[in-house]
Design a protein around this ligand. Sequence first.
Ligand code: PRP
Ligand code: URA
Length: 209
Amino acid sequence: MAANTTVIDHPLVQHKITLLRDKDTQPVIFRLLVREISQLMLYDATRDQKLVDREIKTPMTGMTAPVLADPRLVLVSIMRAGNVMLDAALELIPNAGVSHIGIYRDHDTLEAVEYYFNGPPDISERPVLIVDPMLATANSSVAAISRLKARGVHDMRMVNILAAPEGIAALDAAHPDVPLFVGAIDEHLNEKGYIIPGLGDAGDRSYAT
Ligand code: PRP
Ligand code: URA
């Protein structure tokens, strides 16, 4: 396993990933589980966020208390499936910035095809957290990180619910500076680039396509 990869092996995360994998889990529950798992994983993945002191008054007295420092995190969703994780992250960090990267894998070549990018103009000066449930070949994630680096982003981390060993190795080779948080590392990729045992196609299972 790459040195900058953390497996979030909390029992609640592991339990919910098992439910997510089950082929009988329907889209509404699938999205709910992705939301819950994302929030549990974010707890660890945001541990390095900086705090500053703020003077406040409780009903009892004045005090100095910590709040998240500016500039706030930018949450980057690799569409489509990343959007479910993005919504969950925004519930926890409501005033985070948001960036969407539209990328899909070409079914034949498995190469990443980018079709959309949008994000805050000051993204290069802000910490960034990328979300996508799946890291398979890592072509999509490598492309997303390359796009963000081209925009000047230098402080990045990524959260994937499931990862293949091949994807972790590819990501580490291309972007060893980006810390990775995963819920589980599966066995391998099949000949079509799907994670085995995996959970199938995360976008299709989220949106019933
Ligand atoms: C899925 C998933 C990742 C990508 C992972 O997206 O959400 O973005 O595959 O595979 P990779 O590591 O081999 O690149 P998909 O291409 O199915 O796009 P979609 O969510 O728009 O259907
Ligand atoms: N993308 C998915 O959604 N699932 C996989 O198993 C691989 C890539």
